[in-house]
Design a protein around this ligand. Structure first.
Ligand code: ADP
Ligand code: MG
Length: 689
């Protein structure tokens, strides 16, 4: 049950003034459905302005607020030209307020000749004349203007504006109650943090490190607490000891010997599975490390012991790919493998459901569909989750709760997560590492090129494609851009450009594409029909096209090392030599340089991940926050490394020494923070625990 005190925060956004069905959509697109979501929709950055008496006091490029008297309106002669309003400061300096397109209508209304207005915006120069293009605010009083000196900039979606989001946040803040303090009193006092309500308000009002740190800590603490509770309750669960005799695994005819790391991992996994406590193990292995065969061996061990196994993939395409691979590899064993996705309907689906129920299907591969209510197993013994960072804690939990006895869980991830972060995100799990790549992998030739060589690059791709090989072209996510559509625009523009050269050989894939279209484009590329795949970072996960041997990453300096490595891992999967071209635009910061140098010199994902964390820990200001990368939506990587040990220790103390949720003082507060920050674990955790 959700603590009553949180009810106002869990009201729908429609309960806010001005939010109707029309505004609900763009809010939903940002994941904002409740008051709480708006409160946690923290500004990406702030514009800080300076009030200046006159323009002599300001310099070009500065964000200012200045009082101006409107002198004259000048429409452009050409239709598409700018609309200019000339205005004078206290000293008689003239500044043009410049508008394009429909904005000129607003200008006509807001800026009558002779009126005094306080104008907020970025001072520019054009042809010797000072100008402000599309002022951010035009106010009739200085009081109103003073309220605009520090302005939060929020991530938007189409149909939303900054003032609109700001006003919704303002309304939400007014509804925020005082919450009982969940932070351990010693920690709270030592850090000098504000209360939750003060922190959340401050974080919207300006740069405030203590407020941001507190909110980040809340998230880490809630996460640690949830994991701790999951782990505890898992310990109490009854599992099924599965000890395979090897009769199926002996029949496998793998075309290669297993690496040492693979054998060690398989031993660790089958060792766990033989225990009566349900396994919770994470298999970490770089792209191409050979996780699939480890999964297969583990699943066969379960089948040998008379149980079934299920493998969950984050996308339809990946599920299909796994299905094909596993079926081919497992052919000599004679085990029955099925594919089940959300798209299977009617008779086909019925027959798979029957097979799972009567046990004639040994292994099922699929998407979420394999864990829906309607799917029952005769005896599910092992669940394998691929790319598990894509699933939330409660989804993982839900899977492990399927069946009377809890199945063993093997989660796999290709993200080479630094040790500190493993603890943060997967604290409930034991870890096996595939830290050795199969032999004979060719190094990927990695080079850094300036963006202005793009013409040569297109020619090079042409030659590359002519040899029958394929290429990826990744466009960056423009963080801090005004809207998601800017990212998309970049990818679409690139796609259009490449299409001129390569016609139908190019396909485009991005996050906003309908899943069917995305899968179709991916499938065309996988089948070799399309030669060039232009994508935003959605291709990060698991695509396997050995014939793709060229990876181009645009604005590579914008990506973290771990992410670059992840992307680069899409190539170098076949026998041909592969190349990765990192395009940089403009001059690089020191850290930016170091990052790209590291990419050139190392292909070790674990090393790169540790270095990535160090580089960021080194205090580089990235301009915009890079949170969300490791599954945290509030805490940045720096904050994770700074606070994770503390959060874990506090959570551990609460659960192990102070009775956890039943502690009379902090138990209720702990329940509050679990629900408040329920990424999706809260309900499940509390029910299970
Ligand atoms: P990932 O860990 O990224 O899921 P995969 O399981 O897809 O990696 O394996 C990548 C490729 O390496 C596959 O083609 C697989 O057949 C091959 N492979 C796996 N293990 C070995 C091995 N021990 N020796 C040689 N090749 C291997
Ligand atoms: Mg894989």
């Amino acid at each position: 049950m959700r603590p009553d005190i949180l009810n106002p925060l869990f009201a729908e956004t429609e309960s806010l003034e001005g939010v109707g069905p029309k505004l609900k959509k763009p809010l939903e697109k940002l994941g904002l459905t409740r008051i709480r979501d708006l409160l946690y929709h923290l500004p990406e950055r702030f514009v800080v302005r300076r009030a200046v008496k006159d323009l002599d006091d300001a310099h070009v490029g500065e964000q200012v607020v200045v009082a101006l008297d409107v002198v004259e309106h000048r429409a452009s002669r050409s239709q598409r030209g700018p609309y200019r309003v000339l205005a004078s400061d206290a000293k008689g300096n003239i500044c043009a307020l410049t508008y394009f397109g429909r904005a000129s209508y607003t200008a006509k209304k807001q800026l009558p000749v002779g009126a005094r207005r306080w104008v907020a915006g970025r001072l520019d120069q054009y042809d010797q004349m000072l100008q402000i293009v599309h002022p951010d605010h035009v106010s009739e009083t200085s009081d109103a203007a003073m309220g605009q000196m520090v302005e939060p900039i929020y991530r938007l979606s189409e149909g939303l504006t900054q003032p609109r989001v700001a006003s919704l946040v303002e309304q939400s803040l007014a509804r925020a109650p005082d919450l009982p303090e969940w932070i351990e009193p010693g920690t709270f006092a030592r850090e000098g943090w504000p209360s939750w309500r003060e922190a959340i308000a401050a974080a919207h009002k300006g740069e405030n490190a203590k407020a941001r740190d507190r909110l980040a800590y809340d998230e880490l603490f809630a996460n640690a607490l949830a994991l701790m509770i999951v782990r505890e309750s898992n310990r109490k669960r009854r599992g099924q000891p599965l000890q395979g005799d090897g009769h199926l695994r002996d029949k496998l005819q793998l075309p290669f010997p297993l690496t040492g790391a693979q054998r060690r991992s398989i031993d660790e996994i089958t060792g766990d599975m033989a225990q009566p406590t349900p396994m919770l193990r994470l298999l970490q292995g770089d792209v191409g490390a050979g996780k699939t065969v480890v999964a297969l061996e583990s699943m066969l061990a379960a089948v040998e012991a008379g149980a079934q196994a299920a493998m969950l993939a984050p996308t339809e395409l990946l599920a299909r790919q796994h299905f094909e691979t596993l079926r081919a590899m497992a052919k000599p064993t004679g085990v029955e493998i099925a594919l089940l996705t959300g798209r299977d309907k009617g008779r086909a689906r019925e027959s798979i459901l029957m097979g799972l129920l009567d046990g004639s299907i040994d292994i099922v591969v699929g998407t979420h569909a394999i864990f829906q209510e309607s799917v029952s197993y005769r005896n599910l013994g092992l669940v394998v989750i691929d790319e598990q960072h894509r699933f939330g804690v409660s989804q993982r939990l839900m899977l492990s709760q399927k069946g009377k006895v809890t199945p063993h869980t093997l989660a796999m991830t290709a993200t080479p997560i630094p040790r500190t972060l493993v603890l943060a995100n997967h604290g409930e799990m034991e870890v096996s590492r595939l830290d050795e790549l199969p032999p004979g992998r060719q190094a990927i030739d990695t080079r850094v090129l300036p963006m202005d060589r793009i013409g040569d690059l297109v020619a090079a791709i042409g030659r590359h494609v002519a040899t029958g090989q394929q290429a990826y072209w990744v466009c960056p996510m423009v963080r801090g851009s005004e809207s998601e559509s800017d990212d998309l625009a970049a990818a679409e523009a690139r796609y259009a450009g490449l299409k001129e050269h390569f016609g139908d050989d190019v396909v485009l894939v991005h996050g906003q594409l309908a899943p069917e279209l995305k899968d179709a484009a991916m499938a065309r590329f996988a089948a070799g029909e399309a030669k060039v795949l232009v994508a935003t970072t959605v291709i990060e996960v698991g695509v396997d096209v050995p014939n793709a041997t060229l990876m181009v990453i645009e604005q590579a300096e914008r990506f973290g090392l771990a992410q670059l490595h992840q992307l680069r891992g899409r190539v170098g999967r076949g026998s041909e030599k592969s190349t990765c071209l990192l395009l940089r635009s403009g001059e690089l910061s020191e850290t930016g340089k170091k990052r790209l140098e590291l990419m050139k010199s190392s292909q070790d994902g674990f090393l790169l991940a540790e270095e990535d964390l160090k580089l960021r820990g080194g205090g580089e200001l990235l301009g915009t926050r890079q949170s969300g990368e490791e599954g945290f939506s509030i805490a940045s990587l720096e904050q994770v490394s700074k606070f994770i040990d503390m959060a874990n220790a506090d959570a551990k103390m609460l659960v192990e020494q102070q009775g956890g949720l039943s502690n009379p003082e902090r138990g209720e507060a702990a329940r509050v923070v679990l629900y408040l920050l329920e990424r999706d674990w809260g309900v499940q955790t509390l029910r299970g625990g």
